[in-house]
Design a protein around this ligand. Structure first.
Ligand SMILES: *[C@@H]1O[C@H](CO)[C@@H](O)[C@H](O)[C@H]1NC(C)=O
Ligand SMILES: *[C@@H]1O[C@H](CO)[C@@H](O)[C@H](O)[C@H]1NC(C)=O
Ligand SMILES: *[C@@H]1O[C@H](CO)[C@@H](O)[C@H](O)[C@H]1NC(C)=O
Length: 146
């Protein structure tokens, strides 16, 4: 019961803290990618901000970044891992640079870089479970296969 009450309180807290500065859409974090026109081997810098995620109750236990083709995927465009980051407990931002892997990129595919936030929440037995949510930013990636 104690856990159940805690869960209710924290979800009320989450609803109560949606603000103009932290709308619902920011619940898993916010990030930007630079540059957005990329080729294999290029460096890409990602700046992520989890202030709102934290405020809305989605503190990331892990953050993973992928290159994905979420729409009109030709069936041969698996998500490619870009980075796995674990934030310090008190961190609200994360900034890093990674190299675009020498992957199989198709022409005219709509690539995005996705940020996946894995956060702990109380399960039905009061023990933590890990749920995931994410957001993405569009990028262009020079094709390496036709
Ligand atoms: C992170 O987001 C919060 C809330 O929008 C903002 O106040 C803060 O300045 C941002 N931090 C950085 C480093 O951009
Ligand atoms: C990609 O799009 C361009 C412009 O629409 C088109 O000319 C080209 O044929 C397309 N390439 C492929 C492989 O679909
Ligand atoms: C991708 O390339 C197209 C064509 O050059 C451009 O219009 C678009 O803004 C680019 N998108 C991004 C996210 O850089």
């Amino acid at each position: 019961m104690k856990f159940f009450v805690a869960a209710v309180v924290s979800s009320l807290f989450a609803v109560a803290t949606v603000t103009a500065e932290c709308p619902e859409v920011t619940r898993f974090g916010r990030f930007n990618v630079s540059p957005t026109s990329l080729s294999s081997g290029d460096s890409v810098t990602i700046n992520a901000n989890f202030t709102c995620a934290k405020q809305l109750g989605y503190v990331a236990t892990y953050t993973d970044y992928y290159i994905e083709v979420p729409t009109n995927n030709n069936g041969h465009e698996p998500s490619v891992m870009l980075a796995r980051r674990q934030l310090a407990e008190d961190a609200t931002t994360d900034s890093f640079t990674v190299q675009i892997p020498y992957g199989y990129y198709f022409p005219n595919a709509s690539y995005v870089i996705a940020l996946v936030n894995t956060y702990a929440t109380d399960g039905t037995n009061g023990l933590p479970i890990y749920q995931v949510g994410g957001l993405s930013a569009s990028v262009n990636i020079t094709s390496t296969v036709s």
